[in-house]
Design a protein around this ligand. Sequence first.
Ligand code: ATP
Ligand code: MG
Length: 470
Amino acid sequence: MKSIDSLTPSQIVAELDKYIIGQGNAKKAVAIALRNRWRRMMSDDAIRDDIMPNNIILIGPTGVGKTEIARRLARLARAPFIKVEATKYTEVGYVGRDVESIIRDLTDLSITMVKTEMQERVKDKAAENVEERILDLLIPPLKKPAGFGTSTQRLSSSTDSEFNPNVASDEELNERTREKFREKLRKGELDDRTIELDVKAGGNPTMQIFGPAGMEELGMNIQDMLGNLAPKKTKKKSVKIKDARTLLLAEEAEKLVDNDAAVQEALERVQTSGIVFIDEIDKVAGGISGSGQGGPDVSRQGVQRDLLPIVEGSSVSTKYGLVKTDHILFIASGAFHVSKPSDLIPELQGRFPIRVEMDSLNEEDFYNILTVPKNALTKQYEAMLASEGVTLTFNNEAIREVAKLAAEVNSSVENIGARRLHTILTTILEELLFLVPDDIHEGTILIDKDYVTKQIGSIVKDRDLSQYIL
Ligand SMILES: Nc1ncnc2c1ncn2[C@@H]1O[C@H](COP(=O)(O)OP(=O)(O)OP(=O)(O)O)[C@@H](O)[C@H]1O
Ligand SMILES: [Mg+2]
Protein backbone atom coordinates (compact mmCIF):
# COMPACT_ATOMS: atom_id res chain seq x y z
CA MET A 1 0.00 0.00 0.00
CA LYS A 2 1.20 3.45 -0.82
CA SER A 3 1.80 5.74 2.09
CA ILE A 4 1.06 9.44 1.87
CA ASP A 5 4.78 10.15 1.78
CA SER A 6 5.33 8.30 -1.41
CA LEU A 7 2.51 9.73 -3.49
CA THR A 8 3.75 10.49 -6.97
CA PRO A 9 3.30 13.98 -8.40
CA SER A 10 0.26 12.98 -10.39
CA GLN A 11 -1.27 11.28 -7.38
CA ILE A 12 -0.72 14.42 -5.36
CA VAL A 13 -2.47 16.44 -8.03
CA ALA A 14 -5.33 13.95 -8.01
CA GLU A 15 -5.67 14.41 -4.25
CA LEU A 16 -5.67 18.18 -4.60
CA ASP A 17 -8.27 17.90 -7.35
CA LYS A 18 -10.71 16.67 -4.73
CA TYR A 19 -10.74 20.09 -3.14
CA ILE A 20 -9.42 22.63 -5.59
CA ILE A 21 -10.88 23.39 -8.97
CA GLY A 22 -8.56 24.24 -11.85
CA GLN A 23 -5.17 25.84 -11.11
CA GLY A 24 -3.41 22.92 -12.79
CA ASN A 25 -0.04 24.66 -12.97
CA ALA A 26 0.02 25.55 -9.31
CA LYS A 27 -0.98 22.03 -8.35
CA LYS A 28 1.79 20.61 -10.50
CA ALA A 29 4.38 22.92 -8.96
CA VAL A 30 3.49 22.08 -5.38
CA ALA A 31 3.23 18.38 -6.22
CA ILE A 32 6.76 18.44 -7.59
CA ALA A 33 8.02 20.32 -4.55
CA LEU A 34 6.47 17.75 -2.26
CA ARG A 35 7.76 14.79 -4.21
CA ASN A 36 11.21 16.37 -4.35
CA ARG A 37 11.30 16.26 -0.60
CA TRP A 38 10.69 12.56 -0.62
CA ARG A 39 13.29 12.18 -3.36
CA ARG A 40 15.74 14.06 -1.21
CA MET A 41 15.05 11.88 1.80
CA MET A 42 15.69 8.79 -0.31
CA SER A 43 18.81 10.12 -1.92
CA ASP A 44 22.41 9.37 -1.14
CA ASP A 45 23.72 10.72 2.17
CA ALA A 46 26.60 12.46 0.47
CA ILE A 47 24.35 14.77 -1.51
CA ARG A 48 21.19 14.87 0.57
CA ASP A 49 22.02 17.92 2.59
CA ASP A 50 22.86 19.90 -0.51
CA ILE A 51 19.51 19.36 -2.16
CA MET A 52 17.45 22.48 -1.64
CA PRO A 53 13.68 22.74 -1.55
CA ASN A 54 11.89 24.27 -4.52
CA ASN A 55 10.39 27.32 -2.94
CA ILE A 56 7.45 28.66 -4.87
CA ILE A 57 5.79 32.00 -5.50
CA LEU A 58 2.09 31.76 -6.32
CA ILE A 59 0.97 34.80 -8.23
CA GLY A 60 -2.66 35.60 -8.69
CA PRO A 61 -5.67 37.67 -7.73
CA THR A 62 -7.52 37.27 -4.49
CA GLY A 63 -9.72 34.26 -3.78
CA VAL A 64 -8.48 31.90 -6.47
CA GLY A 65 -7.13 29.23 -4.17
CA LYS A 66 -3.54 30.21 -3.35
CA THR A 67 -3.84 29.64 0.37
CA GLU A 68 -6.16 26.71 -0.11
CA ILE A 69 -3.67 24.80 -2.27
CA ALA A 70 -0.88 25.24 0.26
CA ARG A 71 -3.11 24.27 3.15
CA ARG A 72 -4.36 21.15 1.40
CA LEU A 73 -0.86 20.17 0.42
CA ALA A 74 0.29 20.41 4.02
CA ARG A 75 -2.62 18.33 5.21
CA LEU A 76 -1.94 15.73 2.58
CA ALA A 77 1.69 15.50 3.61
CA ARG A 78 0.83 15.65 7.31
CA ALA A 79 3.35 18.45 7.40
CA PRO A 80 3.45 21.19 10.02
CA PHE A 81 2.02 24.23 8.27
CA ILE A 82 1.92 27.88 9.15
CA LYS A 83 0.53 30.83 7.24
CA VAL A 84 1.95 34.25 7.92
CA GLU A 85 1.54 37.67 6.38
CA ALA A 86 4.73 39.28 5.19
CA THR A 87 3.38 42.70 6.13
CA LYS A 88 3.11 41.69 9.80
CA TYR A 89 6.85 41.74 9.88
CA THR A 90 7.29 45.32 8.74
CA GLU A 91 9.43 47.61 10.81
CA VAL A 92 11.16 44.80 12.49
CA GLY A 93 12.43 45.50 15.97
CA TYR A 94 9.83 48.17 16.51
CA VAL A 95 6.30 47.13 15.72
CA GLY A 96 6.42 43.97 13.67
CA ARG A 97 7.29 40.53 14.98
CA ASP A 98 10.70 39.08 14.45
CA VAL A 99 10.75 36.59 11.60
CA GLU A 100 12.27 33.85 13.71
CA SER A 101 8.98 33.66 15.57
CA ILE A 102 7.58 32.04 12.40
CA ILE A 103 9.83 29.07 12.96
CA ARG A 104 9.10 28.96 16.66
CA ASP A 105 5.37 28.94 16.01
CA LEU A 106 5.79 26.26 13.38
CA THR A 107 7.74 24.17 15.86
CA ASP A 108 4.99 24.54 18.44
CA LEU A 109 2.51 23.32 15.84
CA SER A 110 4.71 20.37 15.04
CA ILE A 111 4.95 19.43 18.71
CA THR A 112 1.18 19.51 19.09
CA MET A 113 0.75 17.53 15.90
CA VAL A 114 3.19 14.80 16.87
CA LYS A 115 1.84 14.55 20.41
CA THR A 116 -1.71 14.27 19.14
CA GLU A 117 -0.69 11.49 16.78
CA MET A 118 1.19 9.68 19.52
CA GLN A 119 -1.72 10.01 21.92
CA GLU A 120 -4.01 8.68 19.24
CA ARG A 121 -1.82 5.59 19.01
CA VAL A 122 -2.02 4.89 22.75
CA LYS A 123 -5.66 5.75 23.14
CA ASP A 124 -6.80 2.15 23.73
CA LYS A 125 -4.31 1.68 26.51
CA ALA A 126 -5.23 5.09 27.90
CA ALA A 127 -8.90 4.14 27.90
CA GLU A 128 -8.07 0.99 29.89
CA ASN A 129 -6.20 3.06 32.44
CA VAL A 130 -9.09 5.46 32.69
CA GLU A 131 -11.45 2.61 33.40
CA GLU A 132 -9.20 1.39 36.20
CA ARG A 133 -8.95 4.85 37.66
CA ILE A 134 -12.68 5.35 37.66
CA LEU A 135 -13.16 1.93 39.22
CA ASP A 136 -10.60 2.81 41.89
CA LEU A 137 -12.68 5.85 42.73
CA LEU A 138 -15.93 3.92 42.82
CA ILE A 139 -14.63 0.92 44.74
CA PRO A 140 -11.36 1.78 46.39
CA PRO A 141 -9.02 -1.20 46.21
CA LEU A 142 -8.49 -3.01 49.52
CA LYS A 143 -5.50 -1.79 51.47
CA LYS A 144 -3.07 -4.66 51.82
CA PRO A 145 -2.38 -5.03 55.52
CA ALA A 146 0.95 -3.28 55.73
CA GLY A 147 2.93 -4.94 58.49
CA PHE A 148 1.59 -4.68 61.99
CA GLY A 149 -0.56 -2.20 63.74
CA THR A 150 -2.79 -1.02 60.96
CA SER A 151 -5.78 -2.67 62.49
CA THR A 152 -6.08 -3.93 66.00
CA GLN A 153 -8.71 -6.37 64.97
CA ARG A 154 -6.48 -8.01 62.45
CA LEU A 155 -3.63 -8.10 64.88
CA SER A 156 -5.71 -9.97 67.36
CA SER A 157 -7.02 -12.51 64.90
CA SER A 158 -3.92 -13.42 62.94
CA THR A 159 -0.61 -11.94 61.92
CA ASP A 160 -0.44 -13.91 58.73
CA SER A 161 -3.12 -12.75 56.37
CA GLU A 162 -2.62 -15.52 53.84
CA PHE A 163 -4.15 -18.03 56.16
CA ASN A 164 -6.98 -15.79 57.14
CA PRO A 165 -10.13 -16.82 55.26
CA ASN A 166 -11.78 -13.48 56.04
CA VAL A 167 -9.18 -11.39 54.27
CA ALA A 168 -9.23 -13.63 51.23
CA SER A 169 -12.97 -13.37 50.89
CA ASP A 170 -12.76 -9.60 51.33
CA GLU A 171 -10.47 -9.48 48.38
CA GLU A 172 -12.66 -11.76 46.38
CA LEU A 173 -15.68 -9.71 47.25
CA ASN A 174 -13.96 -6.53 46.27
CA GLU A 175 -12.85 -8.07 43.00
CA ARG A 176 -16.36 -9.26 42.25
CA THR A 177 -17.95 -5.89 42.94
CA ARG A 178 -15.32 -4.29 40.80
CA GLU A 179 -16.14 -6.54 37.87
CA LYS A 180 -19.82 -5.85 38.31
CA PHE A 181 -19.18 -2.14 38.23
CA ARG A 182 -16.86 -2.52 35.29
CA GLU A 183 -19.71 -4.05 33.35
CA LYS A 184 -22.11 -1.29 34.34
CA LEU A 185 -19.48 1.27 33.47
CA ARG A 186 -19.00 -0.17 30.02
CA LYS A 187 -22.71 -0.23 29.38
CA GLY A 188 -22.81 3.43 30.31
CA GLU A 189 -25.19 2.78 33.20
CA LEU A 190 -23.07 4.85 35.55
CA ASP A 191 -22.55 7.78 33.20
CA ASP A 192 -24.55 10.20 35.30
CA ARG A 193 -23.02 9.24 38.64
CA THR A 194 -20.79 11.90 40.13
CA ILE A 195 -17.27 11.23 41.29
CA GLU A 196 -14.56 13.41 42.77
CA LEU A 197 -11.46 13.93 40.71
CA ASP A 198 -8.14 15.57 41.35
CA VAL A 199 -7.67 17.89 38.42
CA LYS A 200 -4.71 20.06 37.61
CA ALA A 201 -5.46 23.65 38.53
CA GLY A 202 -5.12 25.47 35.20
CA GLY A 203 -1.46 26.37 34.67
CA ASN A 204 -0.05 29.71 35.63
CA PRO A 205 -2.53 32.12 34.13
CA THR A 206 -1.22 35.37 35.53
CA MET A 207 2.33 34.86 34.45
CA GLN A 208 3.13 36.86 31.35
CA ILE A 209 6.53 38.10 30.48
CA PHE A 210 6.96 40.98 28.12
CA GLY A 211 10.20 41.86 26.48
CA PRO A 212 11.44 43.98 23.62
CA ALA A 213 11.35 42.43 20.18
CA GLY A 214 13.90 39.69 19.82
CA MET A 215 13.63 38.85 23.49
CA GLU A 216 10.65 36.58 22.99
CA GLU A 217 12.93 33.60 23.18
CA LEU A 218 14.35 34.67 26.51
CA GLY A 219 10.91 35.48 27.81
CA MET A 220 9.74 32.03 26.86
CA ASN A 221 12.58 30.35 28.67
CA ILE A 222 12.01 32.34 31.81
CA GLN A 223 8.36 31.46 31.66
CA ASP A 224 9.20 27.80 31.28
CA MET A 225 11.59 27.91 34.19
CA LEU A 226 9.17 29.63 36.46
CA GLY A 227 6.43 27.33 35.28
CA ASN A 228 8.48 24.34 36.31
CA LEU A 229 9.38 25.83 39.66
CA ALA A 230 5.84 26.61 40.62
CA PRO A 231 4.34 23.68 42.50
CA LYS A 232 1.82 21.73 40.49
CA LYS A 233 -1.50 22.41 42.11
CA THR A 234 -4.42 20.08 41.91
CA LYS A 235 -7.91 20.66 43.12
CA LYS A 236 -10.88 18.46 43.75
CA LYS A 237 -13.71 18.60 41.33
CA SER A 238 -17.00 16.75 41.21
CA VAL A 239 -17.87 15.53 37.75
CA LYS A 240 -20.19 13.09 36.10
CA ILE A 241 -18.53 9.88 35.05
CA LYS A 242 -19.16 10.52 31.38
CA ASP A 243 -17.29 13.82 31.64
CA ALA A 244 -14.61 12.34 33.86
CA ARG A 245 -13.82 9.92 31.10
CA THR A 246 -12.87 12.69 28.68
CA LEU A 247 -10.88 14.54 31.31
CA LEU A 248 -8.98 11.49 32.43
CA LEU A 249 -8.45 10.22 28.91
CA ALA A 250 -6.47 13.31 27.98
CA GLU A 251 -4.45 12.97 31.16
CA GLU A 252 -3.73 9.28 30.74
CA ALA A 253 -2.87 9.61 27.06
CA GLU A 254 -0.43 12.36 27.94
CA LYS A 255 1.19 10.16 30.57
CA LEU A 256 1.67 7.33 28.10
CA VAL A 257 3.42 9.48 25.51
CA ASP A 258 7.17 9.70 25.77
CA ASN A 259 7.72 13.42 25.83
CA ASP A 260 11.37 13.36 24.76
CA ALA A 261 10.61 11.12 21.82
CA ALA A 262 7.76 13.40 20.82
CA VAL A 263 9.99 16.48 20.89
CA GLN A 264 12.63 14.65 18.91
CA GLU A 265 10.18 13.60 16.24
CA ALA A 266 8.54 17.00 16.12
CA LEU A 267 11.87 18.74 15.56
CA GLU A 268 12.74 16.25 12.86
CA ARG A 269 9.39 16.79 11.20
CA VAL A 270 9.59 20.53 11.23
CA GLN A 271 13.04 20.47 9.70
CA THR A 272 12.33 17.95 6.97
CA SER A 273 8.73 18.63 6.13
CA GLY A 274 7.61 21.96 7.55
CA ILE A 275 5.78 24.31 5.19
CA VAL A 276 5.72 28.07 5.67
CA PHE A 277 3.19 30.02 3.63
CA ILE A 278 4.11 33.69 3.32
CA ASP A 279 1.13 35.68 2.17
CA GLU A 280 1.23 39.19 0.70
CA ILE A 281 4.85 38.92 -0.30
CA ASP A 282 4.11 41.44 -3.04
CA LYS A 283 3.39 44.06 -0.41
CA VAL A 284 6.96 43.97 0.81
CA ALA A 285 8.44 44.05 -2.68
CA GLY A 286 9.67 47.58 -3.39
CA GLY A 287 7.30 49.41 -5.74
CA ILE A 288 9.67 51.81 -7.43
CA SER A 289 12.89 49.98 -7.97
CA GLY A 290 16.06 51.79 -7.08
CA SER A 291 14.34 54.68 -5.33
CA GLY A 292 16.19 54.00 -2.09
CA GLN A 293 15.17 57.28 -0.50
CA GLY A 294 14.11 55.91 2.82
CA GLY A 295 10.43 55.79 3.67
CA PRO A 296 8.43 52.63 3.36
CA ASP A 297 10.88 51.03 0.92
CA VAL A 298 13.45 50.75 3.61
CA SER A 299 11.27 48.75 5.94
CA ARG A 300 9.98 46.63 3.09
CA GLN A 301 13.47 45.71 2.09
CA GLY A 302 14.22 45.24 5.76
CA VAL A 303 11.55 42.55 5.95
CA GLN A 304 12.97 40.83 2.91
CA ARG A 305 16.46 40.95 4.41
CA ASP A 306 15.11 39.54 7.64
CA LEU A 307 13.35 36.75 5.80
CA LEU A 308 16.42 35.85 3.83
CA PRO A 309 18.32 33.90 6.51
CA ILE A 310 15.40 31.67 7.40
CA VAL A 311 14.61 31.04 3.73
CA GLU A 312 18.25 30.46 2.90
CA GLY A 313 18.68 28.15 5.81
CA SER A 314 19.78 29.02 9.30
CA SER A 315 19.36 27.73 12.81
CA VAL A 316 16.61 29.19 14.91
CA SER A 317 16.59 28.55 18.61
CA THR A 318 13.28 27.48 20.01
CA LYS A 319 12.37 26.31 23.45
CA TYR A 320 12.71 22.75 22.22
CA GLY A 321 16.14 23.20 20.73
CA LEU A 322 17.70 24.45 17.52
CA VAL A 323 15.67 24.16 14.34
CA LYS A 324 17.48 24.20 11.02
CA THR A 325 15.41 25.87 8.35
CA ASP A 326 17.36 24.62 5.31
CA HIS A 327 14.75 22.16 4.16
CA ILE A 328 11.59 23.89 5.17
CA LEU A 329 9.44 24.55 2.13
CA PHE A 330 8.45 28.18 1.65
CA ILE A 331 5.48 29.06 -0.48
CA ALA A 332 5.04 32.78 -0.99
CA SER A 333 1.95 34.32 -2.48
CA GLY A 334 0.74 37.64 -3.69
CA ALA A 335 -1.38 39.38 -6.26
CA PHE A 336 1.57 41.37 -7.68
CA HIS A 337 -0.72 44.01 -9.11
CA VAL A 338 1.68 46.88 -8.53
CA SER A 339 4.98 45.19 -7.93
CA LYS A 340 6.53 42.26 -9.74
CA PRO A 341 8.48 39.30 -8.39
CA SER A 342 11.54 40.97 -9.91
CA ASP A 343 11.07 43.84 -7.46
CA LEU A 344 12.06 41.53 -4.65
CA ILE A 345 15.69 41.73 -3.61
CA PRO A 346 17.77 39.46 -5.84
CA GLU A 347 18.84 37.12 -3.04
CA LEU A 348 15.23 36.42 -2.20
CA GLN A 349 14.24 36.00 -5.84
CA GLY A 350 16.93 33.38 -6.13
CA ARG A 351 15.45 31.49 -3.23
CA PHE A 352 12.04 31.30 -4.87
CA PRO A 353 12.94 29.77 -8.21
CA ILE A 354 9.46 28.59 -9.10
CA ARG A 355 6.83 31.12 -10.14
CA VAL A 356 3.33 30.06 -10.86
CA GLU A 357 0.55 32.25 -12.16
CA MET A 358 -2.87 31.32 -10.92
CA ASP A 359 -5.88 31.67 -13.21
CA SER A 360 -8.81 33.81 -12.32
CA LEU A 361 -11.98 31.84 -11.92
CA ASN A 362 -14.92 31.88 -14.31
CA GLU A 363 -18.54 30.80 -14.15
CA GLU A 364 -17.75 27.20 -14.98
CA ASP A 365 -15.13 27.07 -12.22
CA PHE A 366 -17.66 28.45 -9.77
CA TYR A 367 -20.14 25.78 -10.73
CA ASN A 368 -17.51 23.14 -10.09
CA ILE A 369 -16.43 24.72 -6.81
CA LEU A 370 -20.02 24.51 -5.67
CA THR A 371 -20.45 20.89 -6.65
CA VAL A 372 -17.20 18.93 -6.79
CA PRO A 373 -15.30 19.32 -3.50
CA LYS A 374 -16.35 17.07 -0.62
CA ASN A 375 -16.60 20.16 1.52
CA ALA A 376 -18.30 22.37 -1.07
CA LEU A 377 -20.23 25.31 0.35
CA THR A 378 -23.58 23.87 -0.67
CA LYS A 379 -22.74 20.67 1.17
CA GLN A 380 -21.72 22.67 4.21
CA TYR A 381 -25.10 24.33 4.39
CA GLU A 382 -26.87 21.03 3.79
CA ALA A 383 -24.96 19.53 6.70
CA MET A 384 -25.71 22.46 8.98
CA LEU A 385 -29.42 22.32 8.38
CA ALA A 386 -29.44 18.55 8.64
CA SER A 387 -28.41 19.05 12.24
CA GLU A 388 -31.72 20.82 12.73
CA GLY A 389 -33.66 18.05 11.05
CA VAL A 390 -34.22 19.99 7.83
CA THR A 391 -33.15 18.56 4.50
CA LEU A 392 -31.76 21.23 2.22
CA THR A 393 -31.19 20.52 -1.44
CA PHE A 394 -30.00 22.71 -4.26
CA ASN A 395 -31.09 21.71 -7.70
CA ASN A 396 -28.77 21.98 -10.63
CA GLU A 397 -30.31 25.12 -12.12
CA ALA A 398 -30.02 26.91 -8.80
CA ILE A 399 -26.33 26.13 -8.61
CA ARG A 400 -25.85 27.24 -12.20
CA GLU A 401 -27.60 30.48 -11.35
CA VAL A 402 -25.43 31.10 -8.28
CA ALA A 403 -22.30 30.52 -10.37
CA LYS A 404 -23.57 32.90 -13.03
CA LEU A 405 -24.42 35.62 -10.52
CA ALA A 406 -21.06 35.25 -8.80
CA ALA A 407 -19.27 35.76 -12.08
CA GLU A 408 -21.48 38.76 -12.86
CA VAL A 409 -20.91 40.50 -9.56
CA ASN A 410 -17.20 39.78 -9.72
CA SER A 411 -16.95 41.53 -13.04
CA SER A 412 -19.26 44.42 -12.23
CA VAL A 413 -18.20 45.21 -8.67
CA GLU A 414 -14.87 43.67 -7.77
CA ASN A 415 -13.23 40.36 -8.50
CA ILE A 416 -12.87 38.57 -5.19
CA GLY A 417 -12.74 35.11 -6.75
CA ALA A 418 -14.44 32.20 -5.06
CA ARG A 419 -15.03 34.28 -1.96
CA ARG A 420 -17.97 35.75 -3.88
CA LEU A 421 -19.72 32.45 -3.54
CA HIS A 422 -19.74 32.83 0.22
CA THR A 423 -21.35 36.25 0.17
CA ILE A 424 -23.92 35.22 -2.41
CA LEU A 425 -24.90 32.00 -0.71
CA THR A 426 -25.27 33.57 2.72
CA THR A 427 -27.52 36.21 1.23
CA ILE A 428 -29.64 33.63 -0.56
CA LEU A 429 -29.99 31.49 2.52
CA GLU A 430 -30.26 34.20 5.13
CA GLU A 431 -34.03 34.09 5.49
CA LEU A 432 -34.06 30.33 5.68
CA LEU A 433 -31.25 30.18 8.20
CA PHE A 434 -33.23 32.54 10.36
CA LEU A 435 -36.52 30.66 10.14
CA VAL A 436 -35.05 27.31 11.14
CA PRO A 437 -35.88 25.89 13.65
CA ASP A 438 -38.61 28.21 15.01
CA ASP A 439 -40.80 28.30 11.93
CA ILE A 440 -39.35 25.44 9.93
CA HIS A 441 -38.22 22.43 11.88
CA GLU A 442 -38.60 19.50 9.53
CA GLY A 443 -39.08 18.52 5.94
CA THR A 444 -37.23 19.20 2.74
CA ILE A 445 -36.40 22.61 1.38
CA LEU A 446 -35.59 22.76 -2.29
CA ILE A 447 -33.54 25.69 -3.49
CA ASP A 448 -34.30 26.19 -7.16
CA LYS A 449 -33.56 28.92 -9.64
CA ASP A 450 -36.68 30.87 -8.71
CA TYR A 451 -35.72 30.91 -5.07
CA VAL A 452 -32.24 32.22 -5.94
CA THR A 453 -33.66 34.95 -8.14
CA LYS A 454 -36.24 35.91 -5.56
CA GLN A 455 -33.63 36.27 -2.84
CA ILE A 456 -30.93 38.15 -4.68
CA GLY A 457 -32.02 38.95 -8.23
CA SER A 458 -32.81 42.56 -7.48
CA ILE A 459 -29.64 43.09 -5.46
CA VAL A 460 -27.43 41.86 -8.27
CA LYS A 461 -29.08 44.22 -10.74
CA ASP A 462 -28.51 47.19 -8.49
CA ARG A 463 -24.80 47.87 -8.63
CA ASP A 464 -24.77 50.16 -5.58
CA LEU A 465 -26.68 47.68 -3.52
CA SER A 466 -24.50 44.75 -4.48
CA GLN A 467 -21.41 46.67 -3.46
CA TYR A 468 -22.67 46.60 0.08
CA ILE A 469 -24.43 43.30 0.27
CA LEU A 470 -22.70 40.84 -2.00
N1 ATP B 1 -9.81 26.95 -7.22
C1 ATP B 1 -10.56 26.79 -6.15
N2 ATP B 1 -11.21 25.63 -5.91
C2 ATP B 1 -11.98 25.48 -4.82
N3 ATP B 1 -12.19 26.41 -3.89
C3 ATP B 1 -11.57 27.59 -4.06
C4 ATP B 1 -10.73 27.84 -5.19
N4 ATP B 1 -10.27 29.08 -5.08
C5 ATP B 1 -10.75 29.59 -3.95
N5 ATP B 1 -11.55 28.70 -3.33
C6 ATP B 1 -12.26 28.93 -2.08
O1 ATP B 1 -12.32 30.34 -1.85
C7 ATP B 1 -11.86 30.72 -0.58
C8 ATP B 1 -10.68 31.65 -0.67
O2 ATP B 1 -9.58 30.99 -1.26
P1 ATP B 1 -8.07 31.24 -0.82
O3 ATP B 1 -8.03 31.53 0.64
O4 ATP B 1 -7.25 30.13 -1.29
O5 ATP B 1 -7.76 32.57 -1.60
P2 ATP B 1 -6.36 33.20 -1.94
O6 ATP B 1 -6.05 32.89 -3.35
O7 ATP B 1 -5.37 32.77 -0.94
O8 ATP B 1 -6.69 34.74 -1.81
P3 ATP B 1 -5.88 35.94 -1.09
O9 ATP B 1 -4.92 36.43 -2.10
O10 ATP B 1 -6.95 36.93 -0.79
O11 ATP B 1 -5.26 35.38 0.12
C9 ATP B 1 -11.57 29.43 0.14
O12 ATP B 1 -12.65 29.18 0.99
C10 ATP B 1 -11.49 28.37 -0.93
O13 ATP B 1 -12.07 27.19 -0.46
MG1 MG C 1 -4.69 33.73 0.77
